[in-house]
Design a protein around this ligand. Structure first.
Ligand SMILES: [Zn+2]
Length: 212
């Protein structure tokens, strides 16, 4: 799978400066959802999380926040964490560092305007997991914590089944893992069946789910 190769190459280059997982010493899992907010899918995800008393982190696209601010606010009202996923879901490797920064700050404006929260810890996840060293460096200077993952569900990949997606999560997730899902149309169908199964599986093993 090409995206996994890309991530490991990136990991070798940038591993020390990015967050790949949380401490392994408690039975906590950090689910994350990229690409929202979406007016139907995000509320459905929130309801599923609520049923398991699970918190997560939503990496939101700025233009989606502007389109669906009430959904973004629902994420916050229900106690989840949130982060920046650029304003227009940019590919870092194909974007100049100045444009990348400008686009991220545009998303930050949307986040600040609608979250109503000042001085929050700023989390950033690069779309496609692709970010240049110069972009990561600039974001870190602006106090962003750049959050990657150690368990990729590949829920966005049309060539894999829901069962394979579930297995990707189960095979790679352990205490302290950061798991990536997407509250997006591409991932919606798989997510609908996989997310409750993942929550059920780890809850029954005594894990809890927290936001960053
Ligand atoms: Zn994304």
């Amino acid at each position: 799978m090409a995206y996994l190769k890309n991530i490991s190459k990136l990991g070798r280059l940038l591993a020390p400066s990015l967050l790949w997982n949380m401490p392994r010493n408690t039975n906590t899992i950090y689910l994350s959802f990229d690409d929202g907010p979406h007016p139907e899918i995000t509320p459905r995800v929130l309801n599923t999380l609520k049923a398991y008393d699970a918190k997560a982190t939503f990496f939101c696209v700025g233009e989606n926040i502007l389109q669906f601010p009430e959904v973004f606010q629902q994420i916050i009202a229900e106690g989840h964490s949130f982060g920046n996923h650029t304003h227009n879901h940019l590919k870092g490797w194909e974007t100049s560092t100045s444009n990348y920064l400008e686009n991220t700050l545009k998303a930050e404006d949307a986040i600040s305007n609608y979250s109503g929260i000042m001085n929050h810890q700023k989390f950033f996840r690069p779309p496609y997991g692709k970010i240049k060293h110069s972009q990561a460096k600039r974001l870190k200077q602006l106090d962003y914590k750049i959050v990657m993952w150690d368990a990729l569900s590949a829920d966005f990949d049309p060539s894999i089944t829901a069962e394979e997606c579930y297995n990707n999560v189960i095979e790679n997730t352990k205490a302290g893992s950061i798991v990536v899902f997407h509250d997006s149309e591409k991932a919606s169908k798989k997510l609908k069946s996989v997310l409750p199964r993942v929550l059920e599986y780890y809850s029954s093993k005594g894990f809890t789910f927290k936001g960053l």
